[in-house]
Design a protein around this ligand. Structure first.
Ligand SMILES: Cc1cc2nc3c(=O)[nH]c(=O)nc-3n(C[C@H](O)[C@H](O)[C@H](O)COP(=O)(O)OP(=O)(O)OC[C@H]3O[C@@H](n4cnc5c(N)ncnc54)[C@H](O)[C@@H]3O)c2cc1C
Length: 523
């Protein structure tokens, strides 16, 4: 006879992930008077892709027309953008920018001499509409958000806690009759890293905000936590996932020794930086009329083609025609990072390569972030609202996190008041005894990263995708076996999720024979 858990924790709203999407949802739900449990798998609460965002966040101004905004999104997203998602950010973006980011969180955006927020232009935007804090916008937003959330009593912040699997009535309830209920989420089993313990957190509403999947690739701008956990958890729970083939590659990350790829913001091309090949020639005009300001997918592909043509491992980004003081003031973080690598960007071009950057697809959600599973919402990069279509418009994801995160938090209150909620009794997690073999773990991770980079990367062919299918199908099977027999830790949880999510990207890329945006097939 299965016994109910003695370790379960109860909360109103469980939010998995503390990037901007998770923080926005937490603030909104807490304002509605709900008890919020906000998890991060990292030691530092702010560690996330949101923290590393450089360029900025779209600020929709009063005189902005919806038509122009939709045109810009459709152009970047290759005409498969969900216009309802653009309407959501157009409708809620301006007021949430002011009430949340300025009034509540007090983000110190750069301002002009009249005290107005300075706006810059980025690739594929028709107007200057990007607000920024120098070149470390994400760092400022996340640090100020953390300081604000810490002061709110009904938000409990848990770091070093990794969600392992979503709890659903059908999969986990000890009451057999619950399999006849509609597919419903009731929280998650979570690994408390410091106690080496897995406990169920039972929640009336669960919000997945786990960010992206860049770590599936050998070269990525993403932090270590972007290993695809959320996609894999929702997939296992039975939720709909869509558009996974559209993985955006950022054209310009700093090429240096080691596996960390520091991002050189698009805003630098917006400010006039030129892309040069190995011979010092400007080449973007040969590929697209918009040259350096073409959408990311076009620039990334052009760089790869130019690298192949010139037999080089990198190209160069040159901003050295601007005055040195202006460069140091506008891009202080990039200036310092490059200086540490002995590159003075005020005099020298910067060696750059493309890297996996953003997942345009994800967990399918509606206009208030509902997934296809009841009482489960998904927000931020892990979700697919359709805002990005086949390729993301620069600086649009932070705004999407803010808008959909807030709407998800608010809507949780409405749902919890309106509906009868079943909180099931579940078992304690059954742990396995075999010790973790870290050599297997390391090699399996590298196999995923190399396979995805070389065969499911920027330029895809049928042959490469089929080769990847052979490798990943077998590997996934082995990893599942490894997972089921081994004592869990954070890395093994990540490896299992990475193999499932990589497989989802590959599967979508094989099925879709049409080149569009960031999914580019040669045959
Ligand atoms: C270098 C860089 C620069 C960028 N620049 C910009 C920009 O200028 N403008 C813009 O709009 N966008 C930019 N982006 C994209 C943008 O930052 C991200 O898309 C966005 O921040 C994603 O936010 P998020 O809240 O969805 O996820 P994240 O910010 O990545 O947060 C995910 C959170 O989930 C946690 N987590 C993951 N798995 C688990 C688990 N199993 N259990 C518990 N917690 C978990 C992580 O620890 C983290 O706290 C940039 C991205 C990068 C990487």
């Amino acid at each position: 006879m299965k016994k109910p858990s003695t370790k379960a924790i109860n909360t109103d709203v469980l939010i998995i992930g503390s990037g901007l999407a998770g923080c926005s949802a937490a603030l909104a739900a807490a304002k509605e008077g709900l008890h919020v449990t906000l998890l991060s798998s990292e030691t530092n609460f702010t560690e996330s892709a949101s923290y590393y965002a450089q360029g900025g966040i779209i600020k929709i101004c009063k005189d902005e027309s919806l038509g122009l905004l939709i045109r810009d999104f459709q152009r970047a997203g290759h005409n498969i953008v969900n216009e309802k998602a653009v309407e959501q950010i157009y409708k809620y973006g301006p007021s949430l920018f002011d009430t949340v980011l300025i009034d509540d969180v007090k983000v110190p955006f750069d301002r002009d001499n009249n005290g107005n927020i300075s706006l810059t232009r980025e690739a594929s935007h028709s107007t200057a509409r990007i607000a920024h804090v120098k070149d470390h916008t994400g760092y400022a937003i996340q640090s100020y958000f953390y300081d604000h959330l810490k002061t709110i009593e009904n938000i409990e912040i848990l770091t070093n806690v990794t969600a392992v699997d979503l709890i659903t009535l059908a999969h986990h309830s000890l009451n057999y009759s619950h399999i006849y209920e509609p597919s419903t989420c009731s929280g998650a089993y979570c690994y408390f890293q410091q106690n080496d313990e897995i406990r169920p957190i039972l929640a009336r509403q669960t919000i997945v905000a786990t960010g992206g999947l860049g770590q599936l690739y050998l070269h990525t701008s993403n932090p270590k936590s972007a290993r695809g956990d959320g996609y894999a958890m929702v997939y296992r729970a039975g939720g709909r996932i869509m558009n996974m083939e559209y993985v955006q590659f950022h054209p310009t990350t700093l090429m240096s020794a080691g596996d960390e790829r520091f991002l050189i913001t698009e805003a630098m091309r917006g400010e006039g930086a030129k892309l040069l090949n190995l011979n010092g020639e400007q080449f973007m005009k040969n590929y697209d009329d918009q040259a350096e300001l073409a959408p990311r997918d076009i620039v990334s592909r052009s760089i790869i083609q130019e690298m192949n043509k010139t037999h080089a491992n990198q190209v160069y980004l040159d901003i050295s025609h601007k005055p040195a003081d202006w460069i140091k003031n506008r891009f202080p973080q990039i200036y310092e990072q490059c200086k540490n690598k002995k590159i003075d960007i005020s005099t020298d071009p910067i060696p750059v390569v493309p890297a996996a950057h953003y997942s345009c697809g994800g967990v399918a959600v509606d206009s208030t972030a509902n997934t296809t599973i009841k009482r489960l919402k998904a927000v931020g990069e892990v979700a697919c609202t359709g805002l990005h279509g086949a390729n993301r418009l620069a600086s649009s994801s932070l705004l999407e996190c803010l808008v959909y995160g807030t709407l998800a938090g608010r809507d949780s209150a409405r749902v919890l008041k309106a509906e009868k909620i079943i909180i099931p009794k579940v078992q304690d997690w059954q742990r396995q005894r075999e010790e973790l073999d870290t050599d297997l773990l390391r090699q399996d991770k590298l196999t995923i990263q190399h396979t995805m980079w070389n065969y499911v990367g920027i330029i895809r062919t049928k042959k490469k995708l089929n080769r990847a299918f052979d490798i990943l199908t077998r590997l996934r099977h082995n990893i599942e076996y490894f997972y089921k027999h081994t004592n869990l830790d954070n890395n093994l949880i990540g490896l299992r999720n990475a193999s499932s999510t990589a497989w989802m990207v590959l599967h979508a890329a094989r099925l879709n024979k049409e080149s569009r945006g960031s999914h580019y097939r040669v045959d």
